[in-house]
Design a protein around this ligand. Structure first.
Ligand code: MLT
Length: 388
């Protein structure tokens, strides 16, 4: 029976996937086969050697040292798109919060409680302080057109906004699914200079740390609004604070409150609720569970962030999977070792991407432990699994 260690609370919907396979979800375990988590920080986590894969129920993987895990042959999966609708809906809410003084108005009406005044009369006379603008006809810039950015862009078109999208790495799938009214922009500064609202939908990587800095804010339209439901690190907080104070930025809505920002006027903070809906939590948990099961049972890789996708139907008496460095001649030496035993490889799927590569070999007969050992000891091999 496979044991799956959960490092965070995970939606109970995960059992719909694990239970039929007889997998046990545990809170503590010294030798789990896999780990499932949400935002638990694995950077200082001492991971048991038994772990074959990590399933992140969510999109961002900055809480997981996935490059290091790749070196150990531990596959890290995420669940792209599974919470996209939830985040999109929060971004639509953020657009409205930017355009209208809804939060200030709510806080003000609550402050009237317990007073002696006639509330309806006070509301009617006080509401003029909270008048705002509409989003219809305004321009929205969407930075990053992955699963979430694409949905945001399409919905904003449906809401009557003009939408400009920027994504130098857009996938073919995302491009196919983008509303044709979304205007393409290849220069970030140019996008920033044209938009009334800008929303971020890129993963946090070293390369884009504080991409919205003083210079980027300076390129934005005066009085524009910024929405960040991606990661706090994408924005230089000191620069945003200054821009809010000077009025250059009308509002900053962030799903990532922090000490440095709290208390700033015209800042709207949300406690990382982007993906916190029942539906998104169920979707993410189940998608991560499916990825884990298919990997444990078949060695198939779908939606990994540290190994290439590689998947094939079972075909043969045994399957071996080989994790190796993405360098020349590794697979030829593996097949040479198998050929020397006079055994036929019935099917073979090898994929590479970045520094790592992965191969699935289905074999007609059972290979001896000694041969598997020889493969393990070959140059540039990271891990070998035998799946019977
Ligand atoms: C994500 O990365 O999927 C979202 O930020 C939500 C989460 O962290 O779970």
């Amino acid at each position: 029976m496979s044991k799956i260690l959960k490092l965070n609370e995970i939606s109970g919907a995960v059992d719909d996937i694990f239970a039929p396979h007889g997998y046990k979800l545990v809170k503590e375990c010294s030798d789990p086969d896999a780990v499932i988590l949400r935002s638990f920080d694995m950077h200082s986590y001492n991971m048991p050697k038994s772990v074959l894969c990590v399933g992140r129920a969510g999109a961002g993987v900055n809480n997981i040292p996935h490059r290091e895990y790749a070196e150990q042959g531990v596959v890290v999966f995420n669940t792209p798109g599974a919470n996209a609708n939830a985040v999109k809906e929060l971004v639509v809410c953020a657009l409205l919060l930017c355009g209208r003084k809804i939060v200030d108005g709510i806080n003000w009406t609550q402050s009237l409680a317990g007073g002696r005044q006639d509330i309806p009369k006070s509301v009617e006379s006080g509401k003029k302080a909270f008048a705002g603008g509409e989003i219809l006809g305004k321009t929205l810039g969407v930075i990053g057109l992955g699963a979430i950015g694409r949905l945001v862009a399409n919905t904003a078109v449906d809401l009557g906004m003009k939408v400009i999208g920027y994504d130098p790495y857009i996938s073919i799938d995302a491009a196919w699914n983008l509303n044709h009214n979304v205007q393409k922009e290849t220069d970030l500064k140019s996008l920033l200079s044209k938009c009334d609202f800008v929303t971020l939908h890129v993963p946090y990587l070293d390369a884009n740390k504080e991409m919205i800095n003083e210079e980027a804010l300076g390129a934005m339209k005066n009085g524009a609004n910024l929405i960040n439901c991606s990661r706090g690190e994408l924005v230089d907080n000191a620069a945003v604070k200054a821009a809010l104070k000077s009025g250059r930025l009308n509002r900053y809505v962030t799903d990532f409150p922090c000490e440095e920002l709290l208390g700033t006027e015209n800042l709207i903070t949300i406690p990382h609720l982007g993906a916190s809906t029942e539906e998104a939590e169920d979707n993410c948990a189940q998608m991560a569970a499916r990825e884990i099961v298919d990997f444990i049972e078949n060695g198939n890789i779908t939606n990994s962030v540290n190994f290439p996708n590689c998947k094939s139907d079972r075909n043969g008496k045994m399957r071996i999977t080989v994790f190796h460095k993405n360098v020349k001649n590794v697979i030829s030496s593996v097949s040479d070792i198998i050929a020397k035993e006079g055994i036929n490889i019935s099917s073979f799927n090898s994929q590479s991407g970045g520094p790592m590569a992965y191969a699935i070999l289905d074999i007609d007969e059972i290979i001896s432990d000694a041969t598997i050992d020889k493969i393990r000891k070959s140059d540039n091999i990271v891990r070998v699994r035998v799946i019977k």
